[in-house]
Design a protein around this ligand. Structure first.
Ligand code: ACO
Length: 322
């Protein structure tokens, strides 16, 4: 047996990628019966980035991964594990993580792992990367979430097409002498198994918006508090809140219930729409790139959605290299 003696891991770099095309609420009003006021008051969304045909889950994952590696300032040959979380990936074999590893010239031949737990996929992948490093199966992981949900929506259905956006977000996670990624708290909600669907032929995204909203308003706070308890911390110590960016009408009350008035709260849904698994790393990376993300402080990550899976962990935000 390998004696697992690696204390833990930490995030040393962040990156993201969004397609060039920005779609406003007025742009949507030109194709379906909707309007800016309805979308903003129900969801908080003002704009979203929408992929062109050339933008794929894989191409966006490559760009986000490249940016995270540059941000971390490491030799790509150090990466011995690549995760890609996605619910919209179409490649079966080679799968997305394998294609990303080759495209990025990761010459160590890293373990390529695709996972799909929909909107909470990044938090699942981050947990598995941390556990792999703790157990000695990897030293440096590239953890990416990439989504092209625009390819899965019915653009004549106003109840879904106004909600989504395309993007990828990524983090480089490395072995550390101190544990800067806390234990994951994860699970699922059996009665909501089919509340968010990607099914049919052609495959289409649909959801029971009200059931999800009700769960998020009544149950998500308890799950988020359990994440912090698992990390052995108090909510007062948490300085950043990064929830799945489904809807501002969920993010704001959840943040308020958790003392968000004195914390940095990610609200990127307003600019990027709901990008499923990509939403948490995208929001973190955008704030990091803008110089707004507090450095070296405890951040609560919490994802939930399709499946109906949820997962979260407390991580220490990166610190800029000198
Ligand atoms: N523009 C204008 N009117 C609309 C639109 C639109 N884009 N979409 C729906 N409507 C209309 C409906 O037709 C309905 O009209 P009616 O009363 O005449 O029948 C009315 O608005 C209300 O429709 P609901 O679907 O009941 O709208 P609701 O108030 O529930 O808001 C929303 C929908 C925003 C999705 C809400 O349910 C919600 O916030 N849900 C949370 C779930 C979520 O954010 N999911 C994201 C994807 S899944 C995930 O990431 C976990």
């Amino acid at each position: 047996m390998n004696d697992a003696n690696t204390p833990g891991s930490r995030i040393i770099g962040l990156g993201h990628h969004q397609p060039a095309r920005i779609m406003t609420n007025d742009d949507l009003a030109a194709i379906v019966d909707t309007n800016d006021e309805w979308i903003r008051t129900r969801t908080g969304i003002r704009t979203r980035h929408i992929a062109s045909e050339a933008d794929t889950v894989t191409s966006m994952a490559i760009e986000a991964g490249r940016a995270a590696i540059a941000d971390a300032g490491i030799d790509p040959a150090e990466i011995d594990q690549v995760f890609v979380a996605s619910t919209s990936a179409t490649d079966r074999a080679p799968y997305t993580a394998g294609r990303v590893a080759v495209a990025l010239g990761l010459t160590a031949g890293p373990a390529p792992i695709d996972i799909n737990t929909a909107c909470s996929g990044f938090e699942y992948a981050l947990a598995l990367a941390d556990q792999s490093i703790r157990l000695g199966s990897a030293t440096t992981s590239l953890v990416i979430a990439s989504e092209k949900i625009s390819g899965l929506v019915d653009w004549t259905d106003r109840s879904t097409c106004v909600l989504i956006g395309d993007a990828a977000g990524a983090a480089v996670v490395q072995r550390s002498d101190t544990a800067e990624i806390g234990p994951v708290s994860w699970g699922s909600v059996p009665h909501l198994l089919e509340a968010v669907l990607v099914d049919g032929d052609p495959q289409r995204f649909s959801q029971e918006g009200r059931s999800i909203y009700r769960w998020a308003i009544t149950e998500a706070e308890g799950h988020a508090r359990r994440v912090v308890e698992k990390a052995g911390m108090t909510m007062e110590e948490i300085q950043v809140l990064a929830f799945h960016q489904a809807n501002l009408r969920i993010i704001e009350p959840l943040a308020k219930a958790l003392g968000g008035d004195t914390k940095f709260v990610i609200t990127d849904v307003q600019e990027s729409g709901n990008t499923s698994a990509a939403s948490v790393p995208l929001g973190l990376s955008k704030a990091w790139a803008a110089g707004e993300l507090p450095e070296g402080v405890p951040a609560l990550l919490f994802g939930f959605g399709g499946g109906f899976a949820h997962a979260g962990q407390v991580v220490r935000t990166p610190v800029r290299r000198g």
